[in-house]
Design a protein around this ligand. Structure first.
Ligand code: TYD
Ligand code: MG
Length: 455
């Protein structure tokens, strides 16, 4: 882009356009596009040519490489999400809504890493050291050997880190950091990008692990964590419903481990406590058998998690019936409703449909299709499914129920929690259920016939 052309950048997703518009084409957010000065274009004139750089050292794929050493903090829920511990020289982004508990989580992690012998520096750009210290006292972590600083100037931070050489630095948050070479306000896309880039490359050069916090923002005043996702090795999101005490740490990208791994925590008066058995917790609030309630046996990362799917179907007073979901994709709900309508002749026209995953959990697995369909049918027919039965299976547009991965671990978890029956896909490799009675379904129509007596 020529030097003088104006440059407009979306503060949420970082899309660049040459003219301003009210809505970003990249992410669909409104009022997030602002004009920015272009980034430096480098000193050289003309194209990069041969003879200008240094020769690189090339190696082949079979060069021996030891797996990276991992340092664990002892909070299993966090260590697992990191891929089995912290890797030296890696950059990690922890995103989440303001107030969800990111600072609390990272202060607890800092203390645990420090107690395990790591040299940890916690840099807060949002709170004064006294505030961080007060939180540490509240969490009874004030004796942990974590070193604190309240600073926003990245140059000063990197100079200090270079002298101190810690094992881990935590920067809370990347949006408050300020790089003096970049001529725009802290929190803008240019600043956040530059700060994250400087910090990441510094961490890699020095072998220091860096964890940075990024607030998810809706109003576009400051850049969201998405603009730095591609720079870091690991992206974790800390999510949860404000009204619920459960918090889920989810890895959406991990160069050193499995993505989609989750860690479950509960926010208490004394900070975050680990929830080693989330299934029991998600099912704890389940009452007597009720229409519209179905237990789905899911897999999150490497771990089976059982959760309750609730549906409510009611005649709609509106000409356009409502379709509302919490914790499940709205498009996927429409698809299942369409399949029920087209393949099983069960119409939902004129009916409001509400679908909710209990406990603040968010499910993205297609394996939950059959459980969602079961909840919808059960709510529509006002007939409860057997209370001690789990359901899983993917539904295709043809109405077939398709096998899903890791059926064995799903059943094992169900057995552990005392379930005695499972409604599962027909095809695929499926073990005998043992003490769990398996009901195998080849199609959604068969399911409707068997469970609800031909609808
Ligand atoms: P915080 O970690 O400051 O959130 P973030 O850094 O993501 O903005 O957490 C803020 C909320 O957590 C605050 O509303 C109070 C609550 N909280 C507790 O419930 N218990 C605790 O022990 C602590 C430290 C915070
Ligand atoms: Mg915070």
């Amino acid at each position: 882009m020529a030097k003088n052309t104006p440059r407009f950048v979306c503060q949420t997703c970082g899309s660049v356009t040459s003219k301003w518009s009210g809505r970003c084409d990249g992410c669909g957010e409104w009022n997030t596009i602002v004009e920015e000065k272009p980034l430096g274009t480098g000193s050289g004139k003309g194209a990069l040519g041969k003879g200008r750089g240094r020769a690189m050292v090339l190696s082949d794929l079979s060069s021996p490489e030891a797996p990276p050493p991992r340092r664990r903090c002892g909070m299993d829920e966090l260590d697992r999400v990191l891929g089995g511990g912290l890797v030296a020289g890696s950059a990690i982004l922890v995103g989440g809504d303001p107030g969800i508990g990111k600072s609390t989580l990272l202060l607890q992690a800092a203390a645990r890493f420090a107690q395990n012998g790591l040299d940890v520096i916690y840099v807060s750009g949002e709170e004064a050291s006294a505030q961080v210290r007060m939180r540490a006292q509240r969490l009874s972590l004030d004796r942990a050997p974590v070193r604190l600083a309240a600073e926003t100037n990245l140059r000063d931070i990197l100079t200090t880190l270079e002298a101190e050489r810690p094992d881990l630095v935590i920067v809370d948050s990347i949006q408050t950091m300020w790089v003096d070479q970049v001529d725009s306000a802290p929190g803008s896309v240019a600043q956040v990008r530059a700060a994250a880039h400087e910090l990441t490359s510094f961490a890699k050069r020095q072998g220091i692990a860096a964890i940075m916090v990024g607030h998810v923002t809706k109003d576009g005043q400051i850049a969201g964590p998405r603009v730095v996702e591609h720079m870091v090795d690991t992206v974790l999101y800390f999510e949860g419903e404000r009204g619920h005490q459960f918090r889920i740490l989810r890895s959406v990208k991990n160069r050193f481990g499995a993505a989609d791994e989750i860690g479950v925590f509960a926010m208490t008066g004394a900070g975050l406590s680990e929830v080693p058995n989330p299934s029991a917790l998600f099912l704890a609030e389940r009452g007597a058998p009720a229409a519209g309630s179905v237990v789905f046996a899911g897999i999150e990362g490497t771990r089976p998690v059982l959760c309750e799917i609730q549906a409510l179907v009611a005649p709609s007073p509106h000409s356009q019936p409502r379709r509302s979901t919490v914790g499940w994709d709205g498009g996927r709900l429409s698809m299942i409703l369409a399949v029920l309508e087209a393949r099983c002749a069960i119409p939902f026209a004129g009916l409001d449909v509400y679908l909710n995953v209990a406990g603040g959990m968010r499910i993205t697995e297609p394996a939950a299709d059959l459980a969602v369909a079961a909840a919808l049918l059960s709510a529509r027919e006002d007939a409860a499914l057997p209370h001690d039965t789990v359901v899983f299976g993917e539904i295709s547009l043809s109405g077939a129920v398709r096998p899903v991965s890791q059926a064995e671990s799903r059943l094992k978890e169900a057995r552990k929690l005392g379930f005695t029956g499972a409604i599962v896909p027909e095809g695929g490799k499926l073990p005998e259920g043992g003490d769990i009675g398996l009901t195998r379904m080849g199609s959604l129509a068969a399911f409707v016939g068997e469970i609800f007596g031909a609808g």
